[in-house]
Design a binder for this molecule. Structure first.
Ligand SMILES: NC(=O)c1ccc[n+]([C@@H]2O[C@H](COP(=O)([O-])OP(=O)(O)OC[C@H]3O[C@@H](n4cnc5c(N)ncnc54)[C@H](OP(=O)(O)O)[C@@H]3O)[C@@H](O)[C@H]2O)c1
Length: 221
């Protein structure tokens, strides 16, 4: 048993989610940022890979005061549980994601001193020997009451989850810019597939600002 999992990402017209410098770049406009905030307000947890934490230092919290208040009125936390997949505990102790309601998921190979440093600023969960065992993690999140999980990248985590058949839906906002660069991350990187590709069903296409939102459902086997 696992939560309902969906990936949300903004990418350029050429499929890049960042530049060759791997730093955050503005791909979508205010309208789409509001859509993402509303999406976040509806889920129990938001998850990223440590690569995204190191590159972008995201907070992963809800921005809208109204949406935060609505959650609290419903008896929920102001923002969803913030989860970082981080086998070696590389999340910097100063990372913006740390604080109450943050969960750093490591493997057994994480150095003890780094875990101890993070332990004062977030809950730590050890799942896996060398890498975080993603299937086991989703089971643990479900046990904690997480029914819906929004994955906000990056490219490596997206691949790992899709490759394991752990994703139900993908939302991509395609912005009106070209980034280019063969080393720039795309929506899904990792080792890639040479056959048995992940198949998708088109659910919705909607223009938002100068770009387009595409919703896909992952076809399960
Ligand atoms: N446009 C957008 O919407 C958007 C959103 C998010 C990110 N981004 C961009 O994406 C880039 C970051 O992506 P990224 O691919 O470098 O990093 P990432 O996918 O965020 O994180 C990957 C890291 O997660 C850790 N990990 C732990 N267990 C894993 C497992 N079982 N499978 C896979 N990974 C596991 C690995 O590090 P350890 O082995 O050390 O654990 C791995 O290197 C940045 O440039 C960022 O700006 C863009």
């Amino acid at each position: 048993m696992r939560p309902y999992v969906f990936i949300n990402s903004a990418m350029s017209a050429d499929g890049k989610i960042s530049t060759v410098a791997r730093k955050q770049v503005r791909i979508s406009g205010e309208d789409d940022l509001r859509r993402v905030d509303a999406l976040k307000a509806n889920v129990d947890a938001v998850m990223v890979g440590v690569g995204t934490v190191l590159a972008d230092d995201p907070k992963l919290t809800i921005k809208s005061v109204v949406l935060k208040r609505t959650r609290v009125d419903q008896g929920r936390t102001e923002s969803p549980l913030r989860v970082v997949v981080d086998s070696r505990a590389r999340t910097p102790p100063t990372a913006a994601v740390l604080g109450p309601n943050a969960l750093i998921v490591t493997s057994r190979q994480a150095p003890r001193h780094r875990v101890e440093e993070l332990e004062t600023k977030a809950e730590i969960l050890v799942v896996g020997e060398r890498k975080v065992d993603l299937a086991a993690l989703l089971g643990r999140l479900k046990d904690k009451g997480v029914e819906s999980l929004l994955v906000e990248g990056g490219a490596t985590l997206n691949f790992a989850l899709l490759n394991l058949g752990l994703v139900d839906e993908i939302y991509t906002y395609v912005g009106n810019i070209i980034i280019g660069g063969s080393a720039a991350p795309t929506l899904v990187d990792g080792e890639g597939l040479t056959n048995d590709f992940v198949k998708l069903n088109l659910q919705e296409i909607r223009q938002i600002g100068d770009g387009v939102l595409i919703k896909w459902r992952v076809v399960s086997f």
